[in-house]
Write a protein that binds this ligand. Structure first.
Ligand SMILES: Nc1ncnc2c1ncn2[C@@H]1O[C@H](COP(=O)(O)OP(=O)(O)OP(=O)(O)O)[C@@H](O)[C@H]1O
Length: 301
């Protein structure tokens, strides 16, 4: 659905995008993470056709996006600060979107009303709270029934109940219609629950792009209780980290969790328990990026 090749954007002498490569397949929910200033919003402004690149290529469903009305008609974009006309209320904005998007689903708009009970549809949107304005942006974007939904820091300013609710609506939409979603966020824990792919940006480049499945399948956290000595592993397994509390050792190892656990078990009869523990996305990145020579605290927080 999205293919970005060697994308470069300069502001003066500064390269905000310094050779971005990115691939998002149709129906994926792709989380874009990275520190302040990494280039996430600049990349998103290229994907939505707001900016024109200095070099490189961007294809959405095989077509270039800049000044391409057909491509833009299939995507909805919620920027970090949604735009509303000065005097417009939600109903007026709905009519505006209905005119803009052939795929706009007005029935859906009224059906979703019950999920946004705090929004008075006839109140000037700019008089609503910031969180409410974000809710309206979601409401309208979903009703456009886009093939591609691009969200820049979408949940900032929303309370936890509304965050959960919006993700639930979004997930059901994705499941039903195979909408592709690109979401930029600083919240890895939240992305972990919803995304199937993640790209990490730093200094204008995507430094890691993986599926969550691959990430979880390539690194293991194993706990071993040893009666004597220390747990051992054959040489082909790289131990990234090991700590212990008494006779209980916790190891982070490169490799598939089941294969690593089986290998530890065959290495000695002094082991009491071998347990595979779940790794959070944050832990995975800490060790993956450590391997690439990056300090995770400089990248993600
Ligand atoms: N219009 C502009 N003119 C000059 N520099 C810009 C412009 N827009 C962005 N930049 C610079 O490009 C870099 C990337 O900015 P961008 O807003 O894309 O980062 P980001 O990853 O979205 O950050 P954040 O997480 O803080 O939103 C920053 O150094 C920023 O100062």
């Amino acid at each position: 659905m999205i293919e970005v090749n060697n994308l470069i954007k300069k502001f003066g002498d500064f390269r905000a995008l310094d050779g971005v490569n990115m691939h998002v397949a149709s129906g994926n929910i792709y989380g874009l993470v990275g520190p302040n200033g990494a280039g996430k919003s600049t990349l998103i402004r290229h994907l939505t056709g707001v900016y024109r690149q200095d070099a490189g290529e961007i294809f959405i469903d095989g077509a270039p996006v800049y000044e391409n009305k057909q491509v833009k008609a299939q995507m909805a974009y919620i920027p970090d600060e949604p735009f509303y006309f000065l005097q417009a209320d939600t109903l007026e904005m709905m009519r505006y979107f209905r005119g803009m998007y052939e795929s706009f689903d007005e029935k859906m708009f009224y059906r979703l009303q019950e999920f946004f009970p705090g929004i008075d549809m006839k109140r000037n949107i700019r008089r609503l709270s910031k969180g409410m304005q974000k809710q309206v942006a979601f409401w309208l974007a979903l009703c456009c029934r886009p093939k591609l939904l691009i969200l820049d820091e979408p949940l900032d300013g929303l309370d936890p109940v509304m965050r959960k609710q919006i993700w639930t609506i979004l997930m059901s939409e994705v499941a039903e219609r195979r909408t592709t979603v690109l979401v930029s966020s600083h919240n890895l824990r939240e992305l972990e629950d919803v995304c199937d792919h993640v790209g990490i940006m730093n200094h204008g480049k995507i430094i890691i792009e993986r599926s969550l499945f691959d990430l979880h399948g390539n690194i293991s956290k194993i706990q071993v209780a040893c009666q004597t000595g220390m747990p051992k592993l054959p040489k082909e397994f790289e131990v990234l980290h090991m700590s212990n509390s008494g006779r209980v050792y916790t190891m982070i190892v490169k490799g598939n969790p089941r294969e690593v656990a089986a290998a530890i078990q065959t290495e000695g009869d002094h082991l009491a328990i071998v347990d595979i523990l779940p790794l959070t996305l944050e832990e995975i990145f800490i060790y993956e990026m450590g391997g690439l020579g990056y300090e995770v605290k400089d990248i993600l927080f």
